[in-house]
Design a protein around this ligand. Structure first.
Ligand code: CA
Length: 231
């Protein structure tokens, strides 16, 4: 998940192009900027981005034409598109949406708003499709979220419901330290009137079941004074 998302931006006004690029990069995206649609489309032949931001009025083909061409290519047509439009350009919103733009934003826009739209659009397009993300794996451990089954190599491991939930949340947040309080809340619920020691006890059971050597955990690491981390 830490791979940088790439955005192809087509904008002929250099100061806007630089402003957008700078700010989106500051938000953690990788941005390739183009002043013409032709140039950008040519680049798509070799490397695909994760999103397009298209200005409408451009030298050469305009934003609508770029959009039309993107939608004709199977490998490009599912990628999200935001259109940039100047108020004076009488942007035909309906046409834009019919052609398959996912969002549009009018100039002058605040950079914060654009960043928020980009984030929101990535979030929307991130919704996993069908069977995706139903099985989580790490090393020789795999969890089938739908069937509630855990395997160590090809061997099925019997976990209690709480152990399963605990393993699932740790694996879903792989690399991140989760505090005992957070685990208690997520696995046992807000109302659980227990102690964080409950978490330690279940971690111990879990280790006995999944670790190659539970005295030297290779999967679930104890972060002293804080909690646990799946590594
Ligand atoms: Ca323009």
């Amino acid at each position: 998940m830490s791979v940088k998302r790439t955005i192809y931006l087509v904008e002929d006004e250099v100061h806007i192009q630089q402003l957008v690029k700078y700010n989106l990069e500051a938000s953690g995206y990788s941005v390739s900027a183009y002043t013409s649609g032709e140039e950008m489309l040519e680049h798509c032949e070799s490397v695909l981005p994760d999103m397009f931001i298209l200005d409408l009025m451009l030298p050469g083909i305009d934003g609508f034409e770029i959009l039309r061409r993107l939608k004709q290519k199977p490998k490009l047509k599912t990628l999200p598109v935001i259109m940039l439009t100047a108020r004076s350009e009488e942007f035909d919103r309906v046409l834009g949406l019919e052609l398959g733009a996912d969002d549009y934003i009018s100039k002058p826009f605040s950079i914060r708003e654009l960043t928020a739209r980009v984030k929101a659009l990535f979030r929307r397009s991130d919704i996993p499709t069908e069977a995706a993300v139903q099985v989580l794996t790490a090393g020789d451990i795999s969890i089938d979220l739908e069937r509630h089954e855990v395997y160590k190599g090809s061997e099925k491991v019997d976990l209690t419901l709480k152990e399963f939930e605990l393993l699932k949340i740790l694996l879903q947040n792989r690399g991140r330290v989760l505090s005992r309080d957070l685990l208690l809340e997520k696995v046992w619920g807000f109302d659980y009137f227990g102690e964080t020691r409950t978490v330690d006890v279940h971690i111990r059971y879990l280790r006995q079941k999944i670790e190659p050597d539970d005295s030297k955990p290779a999967y679930i690491e104890t972060v002293r004074g804080v909690g646990y981390r799946f590594i």
